[in-house]
Design a protein around this ligand. Structure first.
Ligand code: HEC
Length: 194
């Protein structure tokens, strides 16, 4: 049913990138809109936090600011949108963001699609699954690696003071070595399906 709703988008993306992936996975339009709204809310609240912290104190201070603020912002947006929203990745900085089995599968498919030439900012996937006896809609949207400012903290050659601060705060960090256009991670949403 939502397929028709997305026909135009899919067409537009196909024309541009040769592939498209807005998938409803059996969800209704309202649930999909809710999931996307929560992602928008999270992205729009994370961005100024990072940018302002960088402006105020530079990247080393911004690492501390991110560590302090990111989990709370995700929790607030989850409450505000009545869903669970967060970020995950195959290679995580914060171990609390590690993917579960479903998320890992989706991340692997995202990476494959991007390797095959899909434009990273068009890659998403949704599916209605059964969790604990409840119908649950799960949805993910790729987060592409960008040059600015991402390379400072997730790139291939970190400045020593930035690398040191990251290792101090995230001794198990795996979220380095990315180049622009690659899959950095994904937004992930879960909600009770209607
Ligand atoms: C100032 C350093 C800094 C910059 C710049 C930065 N990040 Fe991060 N990033 C972090 C930190 C610190 C975390 C861990 C936050 C936490 O504890 O939840 C993180 C976590 C993430 C995560 C969540 C998954 C994980 O690894 O834990 C994603 C996805 C992510 N960053 C993407 C990006 C993207 C895309 C950009 C560029 C737009 C970017 N980051 C720029 C420091 C940075």
């Amino acid at each position: 049913m939502i397929r028709s709703l997305f026909a135009a988008t899919v067409l537009a993306c196909s024309t541009l990138a040769g592939t498209a992936s807005a998938q409803d996975g059996g969800a209704n339009a309202a649930d999909l809109a809710k999931a996307r709204g929560a992602i928008k809310g999270l992205a729009e609240n994370l961005r100024p936090t990072l940018v302002n912290a960088m402006k105020a104190g530079g990247p080393v201070a911004a690492i501390e600011a991110c560590q302090g603020a990111a989990p709370g912002i995700a929790a607030d947006q989850s409450t505000a949108h009545g869903v669970t929203v967060g970020r995950t990745a195959l290679l995580v900085r914060n171990p609390a963001n590690a993917p579960d089995a479903w998320e890992r599968k989706v991340l692997e498919s995202f990476a494959a699609k991007i390797e095959a030439g899909a434009a990273p900012d068009t890659v998403d996937f949704g599916e209605v699954v059964e969790e604990g006896g409840r119908k649950t809609f799960r949805y993910m949207k790729a987060i592409p690696m960008a040059a600015e400012p991402c390379m400072l903290c997730h790139g291939t050659e970190l400045k020593p003071e930035i690398a040191a601060e990251i290792t101090k705060r995230y001794p198990q960090d795996k979220a380095v070595g990315f180049t622009p256009g690659k899959l950095r991670g994904a937004f992930t949403v879960k909600l009770s399906a209607n």
